[in-house]
Design a protein around this ligand. Structure first.
Ligand SMILES: [Zn+2]
Length: 107
């Protein structure tokens, strides 16, 4: 019998968003368990992957990082970002003007 660490339901894995819920039977593909993510999702993951911080969440951390990167592109970084913003602003004002004319027609 191989050495087996018992995890307690409700114990949090340091450095992750995952809380251990229960072991999942998976004789072939390593030891797996059910985890609650801080965001409310429940996932089944390989415990070793979580322990090595290869899995830190249900996937929501990656998702949030992507969103943050996109926001950065539009707000803080460099000339290309601010040029995009001014193009966006021009588009918006053009749009408002168009609406204005329409309003004049119908008003
Ligand atoms: Zn999550």
């Amino acid at each position: 019998m191989s050495r087996r660490i018992e995890y307690i339901t409700g114990s949090k894995f340091e450095g992750t968003r995952l809380t251990f819920v229960a072991d999942v039977e998976s004789p072939k593909s390593g030891r797996k368990a059910k985890f609650d993510c801080d965001c409310g999702n429940t996932i089944v993951a390989n415990i070793n992957h979580v322990k090595r911080l290869q899995i830190k969440s249900c996937g929501c951390i990656v998702h949030e990082m992507l969103i943050r990167r996109n926001v950065d592109m539009f707000t803080t970084h460099g000339a290309s970002g601010s040029r995009l913003m001014s193009i966006y602003k021009n588009m918006k004002s053009r749009c408002y003007n168009a609406n204005h004319k329409k309003y004049d027609l119908y008003g």
